[in-house]
Design a protein. Structure first.
Length: 109
């Protein structure tokens, strides 16, 4: 059995889109030492969850990168109940139209 991330990767291989994982972009922002990455690292170092508002700022930065133009799959995002509304607002502000949304549940064996 394969996990959601593995399935997302298989889909991106088929259509040329990219997989965007919240965890991956958080780690990248921290590693790159961006202002948002430093802010996220402070929460992570304390063992706190990174707030949704900061996640949305990091997501905004990521979605504006050139490799997202061919399309993207959000892996594990939005994960919390409040996130879909800010995501919808963010996508509208970036003039990104979603073709469809899929909630993929993969059972592990």
């Amino acid at each position: 059995m394969r996990g959601k991330g593995t399935v997302a990767k298989l889909l991106t291989d088929m259509d040329g889109s990219i997989q965007i994982s919240t965890g991956d972009i958080l780690r990248a922002a921290v590693k790159e030492g961006t202002a948002l990455g430093k802010e996220a690292k402070a929460y992570m170092d304390r063992g706190d969850l990174v707030p949704d508002s900061l996640i949305m700022k990091i997501m905004e930065t990521r979605l504006q990168q050139p490799d997202c133009r061919k399309g993207f799959i959000l892996d594990g995002f939005p994960r919390t109940i409040p996130r879909p509304k800010p995501l919808k607002i963010l996508l509208a502000s970036l003039k990104i139209k979603l073709d469809f949304v899929v909630n993929l549940e993969v059972r592990r064996m």
